[in-house]
Design a protein around this ligand. Structure first.
Ligand SMILES: Cc1ncc(COP(=O)(O)O)c(C=O)c1O
Length: 462
């Protein structure tokens, strides 16, 4: 397979205007598999030097895994460092006069971004894991205080994030709740398959006089990655009278439109360090009804009892700087044409183009239809690589990092009985503004190289 097989060309144009400011325009010419029409997409990066903003990235690595840890441009790192220094210069002044108002500024910015009703609905926490812990501890107390009965159920997707599953185990199962996993097919072909599986799980959850007390619904699942029709699933849960609907949207903000009023869940958490360019780590937890919800932060400090938003704003002495730079992150994205919407549309278009290029080169298929993707796509790997377990998938990932300088997570899927030459491995590719087509060509060529040399997972070193 040579680069002649490619369906797209990618050009970076750098030009200097009169003031010496660099303006970068990325122009992509895409030709779809269904032949013409040829169309052009642009993302104008006004006055932004992308390479300088991400100069701290290891230049030897093709990083096509924004999904795991996100990324943070230099201008935001600098803003964060200014806050860190201000604290160190005069901690007492910072604590008494600046910390609370600065956190409030970030909460207000998030409120607007996600179309919340009131800033009191927004808490800032460390990450989605903490957001989940807050909600699940609340469920635990409902069992302890006999608001829920032993044997009542929690419904969650089989593809819920591993750490969140552990949290459900720690708080819900241990309190006497029963967990029902929604079995979703993979590869998935439509939202209808998800609705059907979810409906079945809800039926099972309320069978035998039990009540479904909690639903955990991912907005974008991690592995395999699928955009879940959350609004419809929330509606389904409401009709069934589910007490507590929690959306784990760790990947959502910055990669998909988020309107919490429209989605209508009780609790919704999303990281800002994944797709909104904030430094590690910051997430918001949206609570539809903060006064009635009785949520508490798992780390108890002075603000206990003052509402989850205020409790979360002081959980002891620590570095709060990542929570303060939300306005600067929005300033950064607003330097792009179309702001964050422009960026996510661009990332979606590019990840689609790159995914199509890869399946064509490898003769495989996509695991998730492209209209169920945001800024990540699942690209089938050639069956001859012999991926037969989660540990094989991890070995391939390490091999790609160590031998080819490509960073991409690999998903293993167990084949169904009778599948011939099944695709059992999928590369989860991400696209973020710092990526270039060459990053994906490197992955393409690495896999082609393994295929032509007859190497399989058995041959990789642990
Ligand atoms: C669906 C989902 N939930 C939760 C998390 C946890 O995010 P964090 O490690 O930032 O808490 C992730 C991270 O990838 C995720 O994909």
């Amino acid at each position: 397979m040579s680069s002649k097989d490619l369906s797209g060309n990618h050009h970076h144009h750098h030009s200097n205007d009169e003031n010496g400011t660099t303006t970068t325009t990325i122009t992509t010419v895409t030709q779809t598999n269904h032949n013409p029409p040829l169309h052009q997409n642009h993302l104008n990066l006004f006055n932004i030097n992308i390479r300088a903003e991400f100069a701290h990235h290891d230049p030897t690595i093709a990083r096509i895994n924004n999904g795991s840890f996100g990324s943070c441009p230099n201008s935001i790192i600098e803003a964060q460092q200014r806050y860190q220094l201000r604290f160190l210069e005069q901690p007492d002044d910072f604590y008494y006069n600046h910390l609370k108002p600065s956190i409030l500024r970030s909460r207000q910015a998030i409120k607007t971004l996600i179309n919340a009703n009131h800033v009191d609905e927004i808490s800032i926490v460390d990450n989605a894991t903490t957001g989940a812990a807050i909600v699940l501890q609340h469920v635990k107390w409902c069992f302890f205080e006999n608001k829920f009965n032993p044997g009542d159920t929690a419904v969650m997707l089989h593809y819920a994030y591993g750490a969140v599953k552990k949290s459900v185990e720690a708080y819900v199962t241990r309190s006497g709740g029963k967990v029902i996993e929604v079995k979703m097919p993979y590869p998935v072909s439509s939202n209808d398959e998800i609705f059907e599986a979810f409906k079945k799980a809800l039926e099972l959850g309320k069978s035998g006089n039990r009540k479904v007390r909690l639903a955990v619904i991912d907005h974008i699942t991690s592995m395999p990655s699928v955009v879940i029709p959350v609004k419809e699933l929330v509606k389904m849960c409401r009709l069934e009278g589910v007490d507590c609907i929690f959306v784990d949207a760790a990947h959502a903000i910055g990669s998909i439109e988020v309107d919490v009023q429209d989605i209508g869940a009780d609790f919704y958490t999303s990281n800002l360090h994944k797709w909104l360019f904030c430094p590690p780590s910051i997430a918001f937890l949206h609570c539809r009804n903060p006064e009635l919800s009785n949520l508490h932060h798992p780390v108890v400090s002075h603000e206990y009892g003052n509402g989850i938003a205020i409790e979360s704003s002081w959980i002891g002495t620590r570095d709060y700087s990542a929570q303060l730079v939300v306005p600067e992150a929005l300033e950064f994205v607003n330097r792009f044409e179309g702001g964050i919407d422009g960026i996510r549309k661009w990332n979606h278009e590019k990840v689609v183009e790159m995914a199509e290029m890869l399946v064509k080169a490898w003769g495989t298929n996509l695991g998730t239809p492209l209209d169920m993707c945001a800024s990540m796509a699942m690209v089938g790997l050639p069956a001859c690589l012999g991926i037969k377990s989660d540990s094989d998938a991890l070995k391939l990932r390490s091999h790609l990092r160590n031998c080819f300088k490509v960073e991409v997570p690999i998903y293993y899927r167990q084949p169904k009985d009778g599948e011939v030459d099944p695709v059992t491995g999928y590369a989860r590719i991400s696209h973020q503004i710092y990526n270039t087509d060459d990053d994906y060509y490197r992955l393409r060529d690495a896999i082609c190289n393994l295929v032509s040399s007859g190497l399989t997972c058995k041959g990789f070193q642990d």
